[in-house]
Design a binder for this molecule. Structure first.
Ligand code: ADP
Length: 494
């Protein structure tokens, strides 16, 4: 096998240390997949206040303790601690950056107590980016590539090419910047730019200025050697369609040559009905009756009646507009008129939480609502549901439709982004694995749900749809190789 690369994977969330969404899953499994291709990938992430050092086996590194860092004329100290992520046959070293000024409180982007974004998120992640670069000199390990993820890490490519351009430890390191969601941009007032202490001339439309704001996301897109996003369809949508580009179409078109869509994989050892440690009955396609036992457990635990002929629709999601909750809200009564049961696990916008609690009372004989973040319940819903509803307005990749396909839980999705790249219309007997609708419209969604309910009653067709989904390979093997290819391209480029 070809010699691999040293890669520092920089991320603001990673399982099992922190998670708000799919980035945490990817940050856990992609580095391990790359390591099994003979790379050495190490991860670095903030050590947020809620992390339990003992439970997560986080250890001190003596020589990386109390490192000085100056930012915006103030002196700070940070330490790097160490831990390991383990897969079945793989692992990855993870560094956790500890600092009392920015990462002491509990919460990732929002303070757990106030449920509001930290007011100093600009400084928190500027500090993180600077510290990541400065620690390299004392780490005694040099990455060929820094793989940055989302706006929280966008300043790294920018700083390498400006602040550290004359630093021999840093200036020749290549960068990949992956956009997991273009809608989150980390746009801050111009006063934030002052805190970088870079010359004012560097704040312009060709660099990091975006509608008079300092955009951390734009910094990543403009200055990284390669820009990736997490599905091919989304890579195309964000460049060509104003509905998806969140104002960044020109910025992205400028990087067109270097913009690549690489579909996320899933961790087959964690999200796999035949190994899943959480579910009550493990199963393969040959053992679908066991899937129904999971359904029975799930329903009975929540005091609903099990009936093989009544399909259960599952949703596990952040409760935000992006995920199509305005459609769900609009069509809720129509959906509930149908012969079905539904289970929704989610947390997010207050308006959706309130609405769902109201619906729970109204339809308590067929609806389960669980507000909160619950990894175990997420597995049980994937295993126990017959269908999975994901009517996203936009979807960079989406993991839950892939988990659903693996669990024989047939997805009903909007035809967009990563959902388009993974779900195939049920009518195709060889590949059909789900139900898609095009227009972002609640009536279209309900129509498609009705079609799925009808097809569900035809067991032979339904089993075939499940089979086609369960047979797909969403492991990281293919995608990790594509990242390798990218690393090769940038490292050979002078
Ligand atoms: P996004 O990153 O946009 O939220 P993805 O589909 O890429 O969407 O990933 C979402 C991940 O977060 C999945 O692993 C999903 O199971 C998980 N998830 C979302 N909400 C919850 C929740 N309330 N409880 C448990 N897991 C959740």
């Amino acid at each position: 096998m070809a010699k691999g690369y040293n890669v520092l994977f920089v991320t603001s969330e990673v399982l099992p240390y922190s998670k708000t969404g799919g980035l945490a899953d990817v940050s856990n499994s992609l580095p391990q997949a790359l390591n099994s291709l003979s790379n050495e990938v190490r991860i670095i992430t903030p050590k947020y206040g809620q992390l339990d050092e003992r439970r997560l086996q986080i250890h001190e590194i003596k020589r990386l303790k109390d490192i000085n860092l100056e930012m915006a004329g103030k002196k700070y100290k940070y330490s790097i601690k160490s831990s390991f992520i383990h897969g079945k046959n793989t692992k990855a070293q993870i560094y956790l950056l500890e600092n009392q000024d920015f990462f002491k409180n509990k919460g990732i982007y929002q303070n757990i107590k106030t449920k509001k974004d930290f007011p100093n998120n600009d400084e928190r992640y500027m500090f993180f980016c600077k510290a990541v670069l400065e620690v390299l000199e004392i780490l005694q390990w040099k990455p060929d590539i820094i793989h940055c993820n989302d706006w929280q890490t966008g300043l790294i490519p920018f700083f390498i090419k400006t602040m550290y351009k004359n630093n021999p430890h840093i200036s020749d390191i290549k960068t990949v910047f992956t956009i997991h969601n273009l809608a989150y941009q980390g746009n801050f007032p111009k006063t934030t730019f002052k805190k970088t202490e870079l010359p004012d001339e560097l704040f312009n439309d060709n660099t990091v200025k975006f509608h008079d704001k300092f955009s951390f996301l734009k910094a990543g897109i403009k200055f990284a050697d390669k820009v990736t996003t997490v599905s091919q369809k989304y890579a195309e949508e964000i460049r060509t369609n104003k509905e998806y580009s969140c104002g960044m179409e020109d910025v992205l078109n400028d990087r067109r040559k270097d913009l690549v869509g690489i579909l996320n994989g899933i961790d087959n050892t964690v999200w796999n009905p035949s190994f899943d440690k959480v579910i009550d009955y493990r199963y393969t396609y040959q053992e679908i009756p066991l899937k129904y036992e999971n359904k029975r457990e799930l329903l009975e635990k929540h005091k609903l009646v099990y009936n093989e002929n009544i399909p259960l629709i599952g949703i596990i999601s952040r409760l935000v507009d992006q995920k199509g909750f305005d459609l769900i809200l609009d069509a809720f009564d129509d959906i509930m008129k149908e012969k079905l049961q539904m289970i929704i696990l989610g947390t997010g916008d207050e308006k959706y939480q309130k609405f769902l609690m109201k619906m729970k009372k109204k339809y308590n004989d067929k609806l389960i609502i669980h507000l909160g973040f619950d990894e175990d319940l997420a597995h049980k819903i994937e295993a126990g549901s017959d269908m999975y509803l994901m009517p996203s307005k936009f979807e960079p990749c989406g993991l839950n439709q892939m988990y659903s396909l693996k669990y024989g839980t047939v997805p009903i999705v909007r035809n967009t982004g990563g959902l388009s790249d993974t779900v195939t219309n049920y009518k195709d007997p060889k590949k059909g694995n789900g139900f898609l609708f095009d227009k972002y419209d609640s009536k279209e969604m309900v129509k498609t749900i009705r079609t799925a309910l009808e097809v569900y009653q035809d067991k032979k067709t339904w089993y075939n749809i499940m089979k086609n989904g369960m047979a797909l390979d969403f492991s990281w093997n293919i995608s990790a190789k594509k990242y390798m290819e990218l690393f090769k391209q940038i490292c050979n480029k002078k």
